[in-house]
Design a binder for this molecule. Structure first.
Ligand SMILES: [Zn+2]
Length: 91
C-alpha cells in the first residue's frame, strides 16, 4: 500500500495524500481511508496554505500519484499470483 499524491482539479497548487485503496482506478478519491492535507509544494517539501473548500469528488491524482497507484496495483497482482501458487492443491 502506497501513499498517493492527490490534488484538487480547481486548485492544482494544493496537495493531499491518501492510501492507494482510497483512490479509484479513475484517479478519484473514494473515501475508503482518511486523506491528509499537505498544503502547497515548496522545493522538496510542503508549506501550509489554507485548504480549499471544494468537495472530495474534486480531488484527483497527480501524475506522480497515478504512477504510484499503478505500481502499487502491479505489486498487488504479483502478490496475488504468488499467493495463488502457494495454495496447496487438494484432490
Ligand atoms: Zn479546490
Amino acid at each position: 500500500m502506497r501513499h498517493i499524491e492527490m490534488t484538487c482539479k480547481n486548485h492544482p497548487n494544493l496537495f493531499w495524500s491518501c492510501k492507494s485503496i482510497a483512490v479509484s482506478k479513475h484517479g478519484r478519491y473514494n473515501g475508503a481511508r482518511h486523506i491528509f492535507y499537505n498544503g502547497e509544494r515548496s522545493d522538496d517539501s510542503y508549506k501550509y496554505v489554507p485548504e480549499c473548500s471544494c468537495p472530495g469528488v474534486d480531488l484527483i491524482w497527480t501524475e506522480e500519484g497515478r504512477k504510484a497507484w499503478r505500481a502499487d496495483r502491479a505489486a498487488d497482482l504479483r502478490y496475488d499470483r504468488a499467493r495463488n501458487r502457494a495454495i496447496p492443491k487438494t484432490i
